[in-house]
Design a protein around this ligand. Structure first.
Ligand SMILES: [Zn+2]
Ligand SMILES: [Zn+2]
Length: 146
């Protein structure tokens, strides 16, 4: 799907749920779709503050919460580090660089069997699972070689 289509679709979702589309919300959505970088609220703020001088990090965060409530973004929390936000396309997993913190998407068939097994073994009603791969990204590997 082209990026502009993804943005259009996201805006359609917002309209259907009665969320007002402000220029700021539009810009944040655009940034999320185009950056593909799992930004923090601070990253988004820094890239948009020139365009919206009255915007604060808190505003960005509140807008992200609205997007999260309607299912447009996922919030990825990593212990005490600040949350990162992922525009929800299809389900995917993450490879995370232990040196620079970069998060890269990869696709793998859903691990539904694990959920069934876990549910069977623990009697939990499983809602979702999270799998992450850790290591060094190609850029950090290169830096180590110098
Ligand atoms: Zn790295
Ligand atoms: Zn992702």
């Amino acid at each position: 799907m082209a990026m502009s289509d993804q943005i259009k679709e996201a805006i359609e979702t917002l309209k259907q749920t009665g969320v007002r589309i402000t220029p700021q919300r539009h810009a944040i959505l655009e940034y999320l779709v185009e950056s593909m970088a799992h930004p923090t609220a601070d990253d988004i703020y820094k890239s948009l503050e020139g365009k919206f001088p009255n915007m604060s990090v808190a505003t960005v965060y509140n807008n992200l919460r609205v997007f999260k409530e309607v299912g447009l973004v996922k919030e990825l929390t990593y212990g005490d580090a600040s949350s990162r936000f992922d525009f929800v396309t299809t389900d995917h997993y993450h490879a995370i660089c232990e040196d620079c913190g970069k998060i890269v998407d990869f696709h793998y068939p859903g691990l539904n069997e694990v959920e069934h097994l876990a549910s069977h073994v623990t009697n939990f009603q499983v809602s979702h699972h999270r799998m992450e791969i850790y290591g060094q990204c190609p850029d950090c590997q290169k830096q180590k070689q110098h």
